[in-house]
Each structure stands twice: as C-alpha cells, then as structure tokens.
Design a binder for this molecule. Structure first.
Ligand SMILES: [Zn+2]
Ligand SMILES: [Zn+2]
Length: 139
C-alpha cells in the first residue's frame, strides 16, 4: 500500500459523520457555484437553484447526521454551517450583498432576525444605513 493510500484510509476511518457531512456539502456547494466576473459574489448554479422557498431562497434537502429525517436548509445557511463546521446556529444567515444566490462566505453573516430585517432598508435605498455591522455590500 502506498503512503498516500494509508493516509487516506486513516483519514476516512477517523472522519466523523459530521466531518463527512460538512466536507461533502461544502464540496457540492463550491462545485455547483461560480465566482461572478464583475463582483466578489459567488453565484449558485442551476442545480442549486432548482428549489426555492417562499422567500425566494434556494434550499437543499439534507439529512443531518444523528437525525432520521431530511430537512430543508437554505444553501446559504448550509454554506455557513459547513464553513464554521457547526449545525446549530442561532439566528439568520444573511447576505451582506443582498443576493439570494450568493455563496461567497465573506458575504454571509450570522445575525439576529431583527438586524437581518433592517438590511431591507439598505436594499431598498441602494446603500447601507451603516446602522449595523458588518455593513451591507453593494457589489
Ligand atoms: Zn455576494
Ligand atoms: Zn446595511
């Protein structure tokens, strides 16, 4: 057995179901999205935006390790979960750039529903009120 193969086998043997979950979905989200040419946003491609919730946010059905039923999670929340490697996140994962299909982790922030809602004012006026941090991004 080659050294690389042994390391691979050891890694697979020690990776927890949660590690596998985070690695798998992060890889899917990255491979099915692409950076935009004219901004810092990274937009989800056709396979990721097939299903959207009532708010227009694309979601995926995922089965979280340790649970029996699959659950709908917005792709932005899933991206955030996989980046911080945590399932339970208190609050909303909101888009600083106001693009519902953006998966750039720099544009995603975990915050309260109240702050998230206040960003609607920024979106409506086309610039950030700067009454919250981090500020909205208008790419
Ligand atoms: Zn963005
Ligand atoms: Zn703002």
């Amino acid at each position: 057995m080659t050294c690389a193969l042994i390391i691979y086998k050891l890694t697979m043997a020690t990776a927890s179901p949660l590690d596998c979950f985070f690695n798998r979905y992060r890889a899917i989200l990255l491979s099915e999205s692409a950076p935009m040419a004219d901004s810092e946003c990274r937009l989800a491609g056709p396979t990721l935006i097939r299903s959207t919730n009532q708010g227009g946010y694309p979601f995926m059905k995922v089965r979280i390790p340790g649970t029996s039923k699959s659950k709908s999670v917005t792709i932005s929340r899933l991206m955030y979960m996989c980046s911080v490697r945590q399932i339970d996140l208190e609050g909303d994962v909101s888009h600083l750039c106001h693009r519902k299909q953006c998966l750039n982790i720099q544009h995603l922030v975990l915050e309260s529903r109240a702050v998230n809602n206040r960003r609607q004012t920024c979106y409506a006026q086309g610039s950030c009120t700067k009454l919250h941090e981090p500020f909205c991004i208008f790419p």
